[in-house]
Design a protein around this ligand. Structure first.
Ligand code: NAP
Length: 449
């Protein structure tokens, strides 16, 4: 880790290391929050007396279970699944499910921990949680995905509920998987409990603009950061990593706001299209055909595909990491800054390493951490829950307007909190402290539970 901790926070961090061995992503996420909480101890000593930070660092409940399933040839596979119900001070546990072979407890705990602060920042009544499995959906048939989802939900259902724990999608979990998961929940419980899952299809309780929300939200946040510096996205060159749900809709909104996205990627390579990424082709490849990004050159011969290419070497004004954790390191950050990048907003969760964050902050560029910049996804999930509770269905324009207002508000709160604590423009500090105070107040009010 790079930055040092306040001496009162050091033992708390040591305890986290000791109690959660080997969970390096979780350690990283906790360290990143603790780095910024020193000044809060001074201003709010009552929270320290109540051991709020220590309680936040310990999940309320962690569920680990076996998921057996059969592939199309009849062979049996055994995966492991997790649901970490981290903190319910502000509302039911809320956070997505991730299906990726790299998933283990440390990844789910880092994501769940971040989710507490992110959800608090939205100002909506949602607590923090996260789940997932080491299942790899790549190359699996629809039937195999369905059998896996049904097996997983056969255990998970007993821990969920619209007032208890409400999952959504994440890496490897999109509309198809949510359909299978929700269907099995409905079948087992005999309840059409729409509010138990978000990211649902429009025909069965989903919200308009939820699919677009995380990517759109990250771009709204970028626009606000630039506005605070008297600038805008109009005419800017943008690079977006990933080509999944978040990346695709970040590209869409960036184009709508007058920027040109010239590169995107997947885990095997990257595409550079100086004319601007053609979204129609990208959606066809990724959302319809579920192919590799390399297929883009079949649509546009002039575009360049680079296998294993490093997308952060491409000069740009704005970088939007939208793939996965720790995908942008200190060296990448230096390259971006040297190439003239003025803003970075994280569509992904914790995509920048601590060294990378330091480079951005030292260079004084606008840097929006995932907790704030990608909160539009979960915020719109909360709007989906509102629509489900009132049996209502809002228009796309109205929902998008609400999303934009929420992102403007999150930016304002982070900005003002950072200024209040003497660190103007430091969105990491602003997001962590603002989210922490909201959770700490609720936890204090509810007593020692
Ligand atoms: P997705 O649709 O599954 O897309 C993920 C993208 O990232 C794909 O292009 C994938 O490439 C790439 N990727 C995944 N793991 C990678 C790795 N280890 N190395 C390189 N590339 C990798 O997932 P998503 O929903 O867009 O999520 C992307 C990020 O946003 C995650 O950090 C997630 O936690 C965060 N996020 C998502 C939401 C949401 O609403 N979906 C909300 C907030 C934050 P391949 O296809 O080659 O694997």
């Amino acid at each position: 880790m790079t930055a040092t901790l306040d001496e009162k926070l050091q033992p708390i961090y040591q305890d986290v290391l000791h109690r959660n061995p080997g969970e390096k992503e979780f350690h990283q996420a906790v360290h990143e929050v603790l780095e910024t909480l020193g000044p809060v101890l001074v201003k709010y000593p009552e929270f320290a007396d109540k051991k709020i930070i220590q309680r936040i660092c310990e999940p309320e409940r962690q569920i680990i279970f076996r998921v057996p399933w059969q592939d199309d040839s009849g062979e049996i596979h055994i995966n492991r699944a997790f649901r970490v119900e981290f903190n319910s001070a502000l509302g039911p546990y809320k956070g997505g499910m991730r299906f990726h072979p790299s998933v283990y407890l440390g990844i789910i705990k880092f994501l769940g921990f971040e989710q507490i602060f992110k959800n608090a920042l939205t100002g909506l009544p949602i607590g923090g949680g996260k789940g997932g499995s080491d299942f790899d959906p790549k190359g699996r048939s629809d039937d195999e995905i369905m059998r896996f989802c049904q097996s997983l939900m056969t255990e998970l259902y007993r821990h969920l509920g619209e007032y208890t724990d409400v999952p959504a999608g994440d890496i490897g979990v999109g509309g198809r998987e949510i359909g299978y998961l929700f269907g099995q929940y409905k079948r087992i419980t005999n309840r059409y409990e729409s509010g138990v899952f978000t990211g649902k299809g429009l025909a069965w309780g989903g919200s308009r603009a939820r699919t677009e929300a995380t990517g759109y939200g990250a771009v709204f946040f970028t626009q606000e950061m630039l506005k605070a510096r008297g600038d805008s996205l109009d005419g800017k060159t943008v690079v977006v990593s990933g080509s999944g749900n978040v990346a695709i809709y970040a590209i869409e909104k960036a184009h709508e706001l007058g920027a040109k996205v010239i590169a995107c990627s997947d885990s095997q390579g990257m595409i550079v299209d100086e004319k601007g990424i053609d979204l129609k082709a990208l959606k066809q490849i990724k959302e319809v055909e579920r192919r590799r990004i390399s297929a883009y050159t079949e649509f546009h011969k002039h575009a360049k595909y680079v296998e294993d290419g490093n997308i952060w070497t491409i000069p740009c004004d704005v970088a939007l990491p939208c793939a996965t954790q720790n995908e942008l390191n200190g060296k990448d950050a230096k390259t971006l800054v040297e190439n003239g990048c003025i803003a970075v907003a994280e569509g992904a969760n914790m995509p920048t390493t601590p060294e990378g964050v330091m480079v951005f902050q030292d260079a004084g560029i606008a840097y929006g951490p995932g907790k704030a910049a990608n909160a539009g996804g979960v915020a719109t999930s909360a709007l989906e829950m509102q629509q489900n509770a009132s049996r209502d269905s809002w228009t796309f324009d109205y929902t998008q307007k609400r999303l934009e207002e929420i992102m403007i508000d999150i930016h304002k709160n982070c900005y003002e909190t950072a200024a209040e604590f003497g660190a103007e423009g430091n969105y990491v500090l602003g997001a962590n402290i603002n989210g922490y105070i909201r959770v700490a107040r609720a936890m204090t009010a509810m007593g020692v539970i």
